[in-house]
Design a protein around this ligand. Structure first.
Ligand code: NAP
Ligand code: HSE
Length: 431
């Protein structure tokens, strides 16, 4: 009988309890793959009295991190507690103690991934983080293994389950933002502070990780242009529906002539775009490679068991590597120097919703501004606002540069026939 492999957990919340369940419920399959039994040895929590989703003996649960990271009986540490400072300290300690580490923590990996992967290599330990991007979708392994032979030129996707859940429920069921955010929190999709979800930061961390791996460049969080969904209104969603579009929080990483752009922003997609039908907490990542062409990965982006599946799959890889004595080769250094596109090189179509004074000359003032910058319209719609001397003008432009978009936005705000620029978003896809 092979020696039991003992796992230590940092955290027993949504993901941690899922990890315990999968290790227990899929024990037979896991043993078949790795050739030895797996057990949970110690689990770090903050509150010993809290009711838990899984039964663990009292001596298994601890308030002391050293019981996990300095414990000689623990072979692999699984960090599912979240946060940056403490999580980093514990992972560093575990790696220095020659323990392999699996983490679901994108906050940490987006900020300190390069440093931690270097330490893991130095310690000849594995450090895997599949669950940190897109929950149950094996996107990191797909980029680093399945598509390793290719040259990735574009990744575009929905990488935050909470915001996709919110936008889906607002658009399809007309539910208010606050109500659906609470639902997403109750279902365990949201971060402990959901600001990171709704302000786009969580998705930005994931896009920094994907861009770093996909483009083999050191793409940092600061390199990602970020805008969340807090300014999206019911009216925006209704206009999108009228025009045949769906609004999604889209992460984009694009490479052209060795220069890259990485962003997270609410984006209009034509209804027949594959990402437009990705709903609720589901995520999807479209990857374009020079050789493979288009591929798309789809699955649950958040939640206990989907995320825990990714965590335990990393554990299986650690154990297979242990059998082959090949741990510690997880993080290759980036091949390319990072070069970001200038605003003039970032191209897209844009949606504008303007509240305008309903009188002669308004339309020509607006169209002259766009014509002056050589920007033509793909769609144009004017609707009167009942009982007021104002109208709403909706514009979808043809492709232009980010530099021109910024100019137009600032000029529209100052135009005296315009009361307000109610909203503006990037538009992807279509002709
Ligand atoms: P969670 O439900 O809030 O659970 C966090 C767990 O860690 C809790 O058990 C908590 O203890 C423990 N913990 C937190 N800080 C601690 C500290 N300083 N000392 C000791 N224990 C501490 O979080 P989660 O949703 O499972 O997420 C965990 C990680 O997975 C995060 O990095 C998150 O971004 C990532 N992730 C989550 C999902 C998802 O769908 N939820 C998906 C992908 C990745 P108590 O229970 O005693 O409070
Ligand atoms: N809060 C994250 C989300 C969890 O909603 O996508 C998965 O990373």
């Amino acid at each position: 009988m092979q020696k039991t492999l003992t796992v230590g957990l940092l955290g027993l919340g949504t993901v941690g309890s899922g990890v315990v369940k999968i290790i227990r419920n899929h024990q037979h399959e896991l043993q078949h793959q790795i050739g030895r039994p797996v057990e949970v040895g110690k689990v770090l929590v903050r509150d010993l009295q809290k009711a838990r989703d899984v039964d663990l003996s009292n001596d298994c649960v601890t308030l002391k991190a050293e019981d996990v990271v300095d414990n000689e009986a623990i072979d692999v540490v699984i960090e599912v507690m979240g946060g940056v400072t403490e999580a980093k300290d514990y992972i560093v300690r575990a790696l220095k103690n020659k323990k392999h580490v699996v983490t679901a923590n994108k906050d940490l990996m987006a900020l300190h991934g390069a440093e931690l992967l270097a330490l893991a290599a130095e310690s000849r330990c594995d450090l895997f983080y599949e669950a940190s991007v897109a929950g149950g979708i094996p996107i990191i392994r797909s980029l680093t293994e399945g598509l390793a032979a290719d040259r990735i030129t574009k990744m575009m996707g929905i990488v935050n389950g909470t915001t996709n859940y919110i936008l889906t429920k607002m658009a399809k069921e007309g539910l208010p933002y606050e109500e659906v955010l609470s639902q997403a929190q109750a279902l365990g999709f949201a971060e402990s502070d959901p600001t990171a979800d709704v302000e786009g930061l969580d998705a930005a961390r994931k896009m920094a990780i994907l861009a770093t791996l996909g483009f083999s460049m050191d793409v940092r969080l600061d390199d990602v242009v970020v805008r969340g969904i807090t300014s999206v209104t019911k009216a925006d969603l209704e206009y999108c529906e009228q025009l045949g579009y769906t609004l999604k929080l889209i992460g984009l990483a694009d490479r052209k002539d060795e220069r890259v752009e990485v962003s997270v922003q609410p984006t209009l997609l034509p209804n027949d775009h594959p990402l437009a039908s990705v709903n609720d907490e589901y995520n999807a990542v479209y990857v374009h490679g020079e050789a493979v062409g288009e591929t798309m990965f789809y699955g649950p982006g958040a939640g206990s068991l989907p995320t825990a599946t990714a965590v335990v799959s990393d554990l299986v890889t650690v154990l297979k590597n242990m059998r082959l004595h090949v741990n510690g080769h997880a993080g290759a250094r980036p091949l390319h120097e990072k070069k970001l596109k200038a605003d003039v090189e970032i191209e897209s179509k844009y949606f504008f919703r303007l509240r305008v004074i309903d009188r002669a000359g308004t339309f020509s003032a607006i169209t002259s501004l766009f014509a002056e910058r050589d920007v033509s319209f793909e769609k144009l719609l004017q609707l009167p606002v009942e009982g007021e001397d104002v109208a709403e003008v909706i514009i979808i432009t043809h492709t232009t540069s980010k530099e021109t978009y910024d100019f137009l936005y600032n000029a529209l705000v100052k135009l005296d026939v315009i009361e307000s620029v109610e909203s503006s978003y990037r538009v992807e896809g279509g002709k």
